[in-house]
Structures are given as structure tokens and as C-alpha cells.
Design a protein around this ligand. Sequence first.
Ligand SMILES: [Zn+2]
Length: 93
Amino acid sequence: MLNEYLGTKTQDKRKVVYCSSCGHVFGPISGNYKLHALISEGPISRAGPQTDPLNKNKKYVFRQFCCPGCYRLLESEIVLRGSPVEWDIKLAG
Ligand SMILES: [Zn+2]
């Protein structure tokens, strides 16, 4: 398991990342599963009412990554607007 929502398994002799809820396979563990997820990006105020109550912060965005198979929210992050979708490969072990 990579986290509560993502697991790893061997498929066709390679280790892949999959959704622990519906089994959707995102691709090899060496890749970036986020690039195969549904991505929603918006103002950081979406992260919660205390994050940016006046909705003035335009420098950062709130990203959410969902499984395309079951729409379960897999991960969310606040990042600089326009920054690439990255995955902390250390999670992959
Ligand atoms: Zn799923």
C-alpha cells in the first residue's frame, strides 16, 4: 500500500499502482500516477474556509486528484500556480 487509497501489485511482470477501492490501474510504479488521475484545480479557498477567506490569493492553486474508475478523492495539494504535477517517488519505496 502506498497510502490509504493506493496500492501496488504485480501485473504482467511489472509493479503497478492501483486504486484500492475499485482496482483501477494507474500504470507502473516508476511513473507518476497523478498524470493518470482526474485532476481538478481551483482557488485555494476550496481547501477550507480558513485557507483564504477573502479569496485573494492568486499565486497558489488547490489541486485534487481523483480515481477515473470510482471518482474517489486520492490526494490533494496546494501548489504554486502553473507548477508541474509531481509525485513524491519516495512513497513508492
Ligand atoms: Zn477507484
